[in-house]
Design a protein around this ligand. Structure first.
Ligand code: ADP
Length: 257
């Protein structure tokens, strides 16, 4: 995409010159496209639960409320869709907050090992409901990080939650943490459904889901991994994924110490 802008400047009397300025605007254009796409996707995602809430409330008002059984069912749907709306709004705001941050202002020192243990304990009940065993491999010594603890918690939360969500019953989730060469590494690995190779790059995009139906059914917004990637970037780290369809997925996060 090339924009040609005529440029003229007084020339020296006896010298002919041509000045060519090349601006690469592809990055700006790309950002514009990404933003427009995000707004379109967000509008669509937000509209879906609102349409359901409105529709079921209208049906109730039109008389369905008289049928107690039906009314109960519709109110449950309205409640579930409101929850979904709440999660979506939360994730969208969170994402835009992280993206607009230019500096880290909350600095505290905490132990990554302890925070990981607490996060695993938090998910224990949810894992047990699916007979999933969460195994941890953690060092004895603390790993001290001096960044906003909430960001690291959120990275762990989203990765462990996905590992459980996208795994079948009676499977295993492994959470490993170690440090070396001034880096801390977090590995969340599952023996779940896996991610097709062609989707592995795209799962970090906003609203991208391999299986929309499955993600929505389990309360997913398609924003979790894009929040994780943004958080990792803000913290100066990296994230990669290794996965095989039907075998499982491994997410590897490294953070500077
Ligand atoms: P969602 O809210 O849909 O879970 P995410 O951004 O967290 O959104 O993940 C994007 C998509 O990546 C998911 O919809 C799912 O298809 C895929 N995915 C993420 N984590 C895993 C995993 N551990 N195993 C298999 N697929 C995964």
């Amino acid at each position: 995409d090339v924009n040609i802008i005529p440029y003229s400047e007084p020339k020296q009397a006896d010298e002919e010159s041509i000045l060519v300025l090349l601006y690469d605007i592809s990055k700006v254009k790309h950002l514009e496209v990404v933003r427009t796409e995000f707004v379109a996707n967000a509008s669509h995602e937000l509209r879906t639960p609102v349409t359901a809430i409105k529709g079921f409330a209208e049906t109730l008002m039109d008389g369905a409320i008289e049928d107690t059984q039906m009314a109960k069912q519709f109110i449950q749907i309205i409640y579930n869709e409101s929850n979904r709306l709440e999660t979506l709004i939360h994730d969208i705001l969170e994402l835009s907050r992280i993206e607009n941050e230019t500096h880290i202002d909350v600095i505290e020192t905490f132990d990554l090992v302890k925070v990981t243990q607490e996060m695993v304990a938090f998910f224990q009940e949810r894992a047990e409901q699916k007979d999933i065993r969460i195994q941890t491999e953690l060092p004895e010594a603390p790993i001290l990080l001096s960044v906003d603890q909430h960001r690291v918690e959120q990275i762990l939360r989203n990765l462990i939650e996905n590992a459980i969500k996208y795994s079948g019953n009676e499977s295993e989730v492994d959470v490993t943490v170690y440090s070396n060469h001034h880096r801390a590494t977090i590995i969340v690995s599952d023996t779940g459904i896996g991610i097709p190779e062609q989707d592995q790059e795209r799962i970090f995009e906003r609203f991208y889901r391999v299986d929309k139906g499955r993600s929505r059914h389990s309360g997913g917004t398609g924003l979790g991994l894009s929040i994780v990637r943004n958080l990792v970037n803000v913290l100066g780290g990296s994230i990669t994924v290794e996965s095989e369809l039907g075998v499982g997925s491994t997410f590897i996060v490294t953070l500077p110490l």
